[in-house]
Design a protein around this ligand. Structure first.
Ligand SMILES: *Cc1c(COP(=O)(O)O)cnc(C)c1O
Length: 398
C-alpha cells in the first residue's frame, strides 16, 4: 500500500471503534465442542441457550452414521451446481422425502434457508409485481423482495386487517401480489396468523408464501410446521423450510406445486449458480426426517422444556414479550444492557445471545433464549438461577 494515500477502508475501522465505544461490538464466541445442550465456548462449559438445534439432531447417532456412510459411498462434494452435473440421486431422494412429509407435489432443496427465500422471491416476481410483507419478516425474505425489484408493501406485525387493506387497495393495480410471512418469528418467538392471511390472499387472488424456518421440526404433527399446525393445507402456495435448525444440518427448501419447483430449477439463482450440497448433508437430512417420524417424544420434550423455562423466566419477572414457541426473548430495551446481560450470564455458565439493532428495532434489545429437547430440568433450573442472579445485579429485576 502506498504511504501517500490514506487507507480507503479506514471508515470501517472508525465504525468498529464507535461500536466498541457504544458497547455493541460483538466478538464471535467460539464453540470448541459439539453443538449440544451443554457445550464448551471460549474454554468454558456452559448451558447452551443460543442454538437452533431444537431436537438435539446435530449429534444424533443416526444422522452421524448416515453422513459418514455417504462420505464413504459418494465422497465429500457434488462437483457442480445442480443444473450442470451436481444433481445426485441422494439430492432427489431428499426432495421427494420432504415433499411426502409436507404432503405437497414437489420440493427443491437450496444450500440454505437464506438462499431458498432470497432465490425464490426474486425468481417468481418481476418489477411490475407487489409484495405484501410482515414488518418482522426474516432478512432473507427482505433481500429476496429487494432483489425481485417488485414493489414492497410492509404491514404492521401480524396485522391481518392491514394486510387485507393493502391487498384491497392493490386490487385494481396491475401486477401479481405475493403475501408473505414467517411461520414463527425468529426474534420474538410468536406465530404468524396463517388462517387470516390465507383468507386475505384467497379473497384477493394473491400468492401466499410462508417461511417455516423456526417451525420445521417444532410445530405441527411430527414437526410439519405452521401449515400443519393451523390446518391450512393447500392454501399456502410456497412453503419454505430450513434444514439448518431443528433438522440439525444445513440447507433450505421450497415446497409447492410441481410447476413452481420446475420453474425454480430454471430461474432461482442460488440453484443455478451455486454448488449443491455435499452428499453427506443430504444423507444426514434424510436421516433427520426418519427421526422426526420415529422419535416424536423429542418434540414433546421440547415443548415440555419450553413451558417450564418460559414460566420460570416470567415468574422471575422478566419481560418475555409475546413468545409462543421455544424461542423466548428476555427484552431489556437498551442494546448495551442486553450485551452486558449476555456477558454476565456467560460468566455464570449460560450462553444466551444479546441482540440489538439492526436485528431488532432500537429500544427492543434483548437476550434471546432457545431451549432444546435435550436440556435437562437441572440445566434449565441452573440457567434460571443465573438469569435471576444477573437480572437483579443489573437492575433488570426489582
Ligand atoms: C434462520 C432463518 C432463515 C435462514 O435459514 P438458514 O438455513 O440458516 O439459512 C430463514 N428464515 C427464517 C425465518 C430464519 O429464522
Amino acid at each position: 500500500m502506498s504511504a501517500s494515500q490514506p487507507n480507503p477502508l479506514s471508515y470501517l475501522h472508525d465504525q468498529l471503534e464507535q461500536w466498541r465505544a457504544e458497547g455493541t461490538y460483538q466478538r464471535l464466541r467460539v464453540l470448541e465442542s459439539e453443538s449440544a445442550a451443554e457445550a464448551r465456548f471460549d474454554g468454558k462449559q456452559v448451558i447452551n441457550l443460543a442454538s437452533n438445534n431444537y431436537l438435539g439432531l446435530t449429534t444424533h447417532p443416526k444422522l452421524r452414521e448416515a453422513a459418514l456412510e455417504a462420505v464413504r459411498k459418494f465422497g465429500v462434494g457434488s462437483g457442480a451446481v445442480r443444473t450442470i452435473s451436481g444433481t445426485m440421486s441422494i439430492h432427489l431422494q431428499l426432495e421427494e422425502r420432504i415433499a411426502a412429509f409436507k404432503n405437497v407435489e414437489a420440493c427443491v432443496v437450496f444450500q440454505s434457508g437464506f438462499a431458498a427465500n432470497a432465490g425464490t422471491v426474486s425468481a417468481i416476481l418481476t418489477p411490475e409485481d407487489h409484495i405484501i410483507s410482515d414488518e418482522l419478516n426474516h432478512a432473507s425474505i427482505i433481500d429476496g423482495c429487494r432483489l425481485s425489484k417488485a414493489k414492497i408493501h410492509v404491514f404492521p406485525h401480524k396485522d391481518v386487517a392491514a394486510a387485507e387493506r393493502i391487498l384491497a387497495e392493490l386490487e385494481a393495480v396491475p401486477g401479481r401480489k405475493l403475501l408473505i410471512t414467517d411461520g414463527v418469528f425468529s426474534m420474538d418467538g410468536d406465530i404468524g396468523p396463517l388462517p387470516g392471511l390465507a383468507d386475505a390472499a384467497e379473497k384477493h387472488g394473491a400468492i401466499m408464501m410462508v417461511d417455516d424456518a423456526h417451525s420445521s421440526g417444532v410445530l405441527g404433527r411430527n414437526g410439519r410446521g405452521t401449515i400443519d399446525h393451523f390446518g391450512v393445507h393447500g392454501r399456502v402456495h410456497v412453503q419454505v423450510g430450513t434444514l439448518s435448525k431443528a433438522i440439525g444440518v444445513l440447507g433450505g427448501y421450497v415446497c409447492g406445486s410441481r410447476d413452481l419447483i420446475e420453474f425454480l430449477y430454471h430461474r432461482a439463482r442460488p440453484f443455478l449458480f451455486s454448488t449443491s450440497h455435499p452428499p453427506a448433508v443430504a444423507a444426514a437430512c434424510l436421516a433427520a426426517f426418519d427421526v422426526l417420524e420415529q422419535e416424536p417424544e423429542r418434540i414433546a420434550q421440547l415443548w415440555d422444556n419450553t413451558r417450564y423455562f418460559k414460566k420460570g423466566l416470567q415468574e422471575a419477572g422478566f419481560n418475555t414479550g409475546i413468545s409462543e414457541t421455544p424461542i423466548t426473548p428476555v427484552i431489556v430495551g437498551d442494546a448495551a444492557l442486553a450485551h452486558q446481560l449476555s456477558r454476565e450470564l456467560f460468566q455464570e455458565g449460560v450462553l444466551a445471545t444479546g441482540i440489538g439493532f439492526p436485528t431488532v428495532a432500537k429500544g427492543k434489545a434483548r437476550v434471546r433464549t432457545i431451549v432444546a429437547s435435550t436440556h435437562t430440568k437441572a440445566e434449565l433450573d441452573q440457567a434460571l438461577d443465573a438469569f435471576r442472579k444477573v437480572g437483579k445485579k443489573l437492575g433488570i429485576l426489582g
